[in-house]
Design a protein around this ligand. Structure first.
Ligand SMILES: Cc1ncc(C[n+]2csc(CCOP(=O)(O)OP(=O)(O)O)c2C)c(N)n1
Ligand code: SF4
Ligand SMILES: [Mg+2]
Length: 253
């Protein structure tokens, strides 16, 4: 029986070796793990494992270096774009990417995000938008939806008092230093396929030195949203997608 199972022709799926065997620290059902997988599969398929450097700052993905079997650099909260700028400028032949949450990219790191996108640095940004500060206990982020409950907006986000959600992706698409800006998700097989294609395109574009290639992945935070994984994916489709619509926002010229 065991012999039959390990025969090559019986293998229907093989985890990329660019994902380590370390147990993921993410909550079961969280989109971070799937996002990690598609990025590592793209790097594997492009054969650029030895030429890629990832930068992960603080957030639930703070331990990304434990899961991604490539060169990784830790950055302080919000500072990944600045760190990636330094790495890419010193080693321009390398593929460089940042992996940032919404609290990171669209709150504490807003300035870094806007300036790298305006300067047109030649790396890729992966933006995991789950509308909340997942790691620290589900506080409101700039991306939290109107009326959405969080630990710091227990009655729902009141836009009169707390302002409007920030559509960071639409904002940076207007900046001259971005070449490819797209919004994706990873909650269904077809969404995963599309998101993977977008990540591949973003990495390919680095070779053309046209500026920042930016992939937002709208994701769930089932723990922070206080839902089951299934409920959170449904809630995301019904509530996040209308506000953060899927698709390409800017294509390379
Ligand atoms: C300079 C600094 N300020 C605040 C924090 C606390 N902190 C850690 S993670 C985090 C928010 C993370 O949220 P997000 O970037 O959306 O990632 P998620 O956990 O949701 O994936 C905050 C505020 C910190 N580590 N460093
Ligand atoms: S707290 Fe939220 S973002 Fe963090 S691992 Fe759990 S579900 Fe994912
Ligand atoms: Mg978040």
């Amino acid at each position: 029986m065991e012999d039959t199972i390990i025969k090559t022709e019986n293998i229907v799926f093989k985890k990329t070796e660019l994902l380590t065997d370390n147990e993921l620290s993410y909550c079961p059902g969280c989109g971070h793990g799937t996002a990690h997988r598609i990025i590592m599969e793209v790097i594997d398929e492009m054969g650029i494992q030895a030429d890629t450097i990832g930068v992960a700052p603080v957030g639930c993905s703070v331990l990304a270096y434990d899961f991604m079997n490539i060169d990784m650099q830790q950055a302080a909260h919000g500072r990944a774009p600045a760190v990636a700028t330094g790495i890419k400028r010193v080693l321009p032949e390398k593929f460089v990417f940042t992996y940032q949450g919404d609290g990171d990219l669209a709150a504490i790191g807003t300035a870094e995000t806007i300036h790298v996108c305006n300067r047109g640095e030649h790396f890729t940004m992966i933006f995991i938008n789950n509308g909340i500060y997942g790691m620290t206990g589900g506080q409101m982020a700039p991306t939290t939806l109107p009326g959405m409950k969080s630990s710091t907006s227990p009655y729902g986000r009141d836009v009169e008092m707390m302002g409007h959600p920030l559509k960071m992706t639409e904002l940076i698409a207007n900046l001259p230093g971005t070449c490819f800006v797209t919004r994706q998700a990873v909650h269904t097989p077809s969404a995963v396929r599309k998101a993977k294609k977008a990540v591949r395109k973003a990495f390919e574009l680095q070779k053309e030195k046209k500026g920042i290639s930016f992939v937002e992945i709208v994701s769930n935070c089932n723990s922070g949203w206080k839902m089951t994984p299934v409920q959170s994916n449904k809630w995301m489709e019904d509530n996040m997608f209308p506000y953060y619509p899927m698709g390409d926002i800017k294509l390379p010229e």
